[in-house]
Design a protein around this ligand. Structure first.
Ligand code: ADP
Length: 504
């Protein structure tokens, strides 16, 4: 305590030496640093040189009296706490001094304890006001820091190389950066609070932003994406997430835009390349395949000595290559949209029945039973490309045959459900483990285990099926139990006429 009191320097101004010295003694013992002056002028000189916290002034002094000195002190530094020493006769004046800002007064004669109480009170007052000043300064600093932080974040958002837009739950734009404007080739800056629809013409993008803004999309799971074409040969990918507050309520959306034109171009080039190479390979391979078949036949007729197995294996290999190339060509056609181009009314029951008839011999050769359950209901015709439908169901039934052991059963059924045609292809085969289920729709993905190791395939069948189903506006589902079997279910929309012609 004594140490901290030394911070509060006290000036005592009194013309009476005994009081000056008495006060000095009492306060020094308390641990305060005390300096004295015998008149107002001397007191002012000290105040100009030294930092004084408390001034104890005698009211009645020759020359400059306590009142005047008090006024002058206030002009020098308002924070100095002034205590007036006064005789009984001048209490009224002391009260006046206090009205003008003096902190306290001590009537003469006074006891040391009284002096101590008054000075301690003054010190406490100074301490509190210093603390308040410190807090105020800290608050101001925090505000400045916050302001700086805000402008830094803003600068970062402004400089981001990808477009950013933030909307509130009403779908109004609350923040956007220059890259957003450039990406969408918007020239005029939208007004603050303008609806996203008023800024961007692409209706799909606007409803994408609105859905995220209201929290109806993207709160959980994968980040929702939307692709948009701004001008010829300029493609953007937007990704968005709802902005949630601490109470987990949706406050709006933050959506980014990145230019994916070069990726698109690369993808297109790749597809063109695959299409070209596949096309160039297919005819010579088919010719070799035919020639091998002829050689085999001729040699069998002439009874010549040939390595029959060798040529048969060569024929099988060419066959596998031809089917790989056909799959690659199918994929390119799906991407270019040409595999769903030739739409006409199709009777799905008939189409499925002919696929089942065609593949029945293969199932029988494998010792399996293949059933078709399609007679229970009249299925309406749909408008679709029959080649695409054949590819979808041909692939699913072929897979069921390939991945079902001898003695197994494969069933194809068709019905209408909620304005959709629902076709299921179920088998009692090997089944597909949970960890492979999503991946088998990716290109070239094949399950490699004891059951499937000896089965040849390309890993392209299911990607083709999914690409076609998607492009028809339908969906495919898989339910499977390892060791028991699999059920692939395809839903195709009835009314819109399957096939929206979009590349998958
Ligand atoms: P491929 O049959 O040429 O390998 P797919 O894309 O048609 O290529 O199938 C990918 C993988 O999915 C197959 O390798 C197989 O492991 C698995 N699969 C597909 N259909 C079935 C099914 N009906 N039963 C079990 N596994 C299947």
């Amino acid at each position: 305590m004594a140490e901290s009191l030394a911070e509060y320097k006290i000036l005592v101004v009194d013309d009476e030496r005994s009081i000056r010295e008495g006060v000095e003694r009492v306060l020094s013992r308390m641990g305060c640093e005390v300096t004295t002056a015998q008149n107002g002028k001397e007191g002012l000189d000290i105040l100009k040189r030294e930092a004084v916290s408390i001034a104890i002034l005698d009211l009645k002094m020759p020359g400059m009296d306590g009142m005047e000195l008090h006024q002058r002190i206030r002009e020098i530094d308002e924070r100095i706490v002034v205590i007036i020493i006064t005789g009984y006769a001048t209490i009224e004046t002391a009260i006046n001094a206090m009205k003008q800002g003096a902190y306290d007064f001590i009537p003469k004669p006074f006891e040391p304890d009284h002096l101590k109480i008054v000075v301690n009170r003054a010190i406490e007052k100074i301490r509190l006001s210093r603390e308040a000043e410190k807090l105020q300064a800290e608050r101001e600093r925090t505000l400045i820091d916050l302001d700086r932080e805000k402008s830094r974040t803003r600068t970062i958002i402004e400089s981001l190389p990808i477009g950013v837009v933030v909307t509130n739950t009403a779908g109004e734009v609350v923040l956007k950066n220059p890259a957003f404007m450039q990406s969408l080739e918007l020239s005029s800056d939208p007004e603050a609070g303008a609806l996203i629809d008023a800024c961007v013409a692409d209706e799909g993008f606007c409803s994408f932003v609105r859905e995220i803004s209201t929290g109806s999309r993207g709160i959980e799971g994968e980040v929702p994406t939307y692709e948009l074409c701004v001008s010829e040969n300029k493609y953007l990918l937007s990704r968005g997430r709802p902005v949630m507050n601490e109470k987990n309520e949706c406050m709006g959306a933050v959506v980014t835009l990145s230019n994916i034109t070069s990726l698109k171009m690369l993808d297109q080039l790749k597809s063109e390349f695959v299409a070209k190479v596949s096309h160039e390979l297919r005819s010579p391979l088919s010719t070799i395949h035919e020639q091998l078949a002829t050689v085999l036949k001729d040699m069998a007729l002439e009874g010549a000595e040939v390595d029959h197995d060798l040529i048969t294996r060569a024929k099988e290999k060419t066959n596998a290559l031809i089917s790989l190339i056909s799959d690659l060509l199918d994929l390119s056609r799906i991407e270019s949209g040409s595999l769903t181009e030739n739409k006409k009314p199709v009777q799905v029951t008939e189409l499925l029945s002919s696929i089942v008839d065609f593949l029945d011999s293969r199932a029988t050769a494998n010792g399996q039973s293949l059933f078709f359950q399609g007679g229970a209901e009249d299925i309406p015709e749909i408008t679709a490309d029959p080649m695409a439908l054949e590819s979808i169901f041909g692939n699913l039934v072929t897979n069921a045959i390939n991945y079902t052991p001898e003695g197994g059963e494969i069933t194809v059924s068709v019905e209408t459900v909620d304005h959709q045609i629902k076709v299921t292809v179920s088998d009692t085969g090997f089944g597909i483990d949970e960890k492979h289920r999503a991946k088998i729709f990716e290109r070239f993905y094949r399950v490699k285990d004891e059951n499937t190791r000896h089965i040849t395939g390309t890993g392209l069948g299911l990607p083709i099926v999914k690409g076609l189903v998607d492009s028809m506006g339908g969906k495919i589902e898989l339910d499977s139990q390892p060791g028991k079997g699999s059920v692939f279910t395809v839903f195709l929309p009835l009314e819109s006429g399957a096939g929206r012609g979009e590349a998958g």
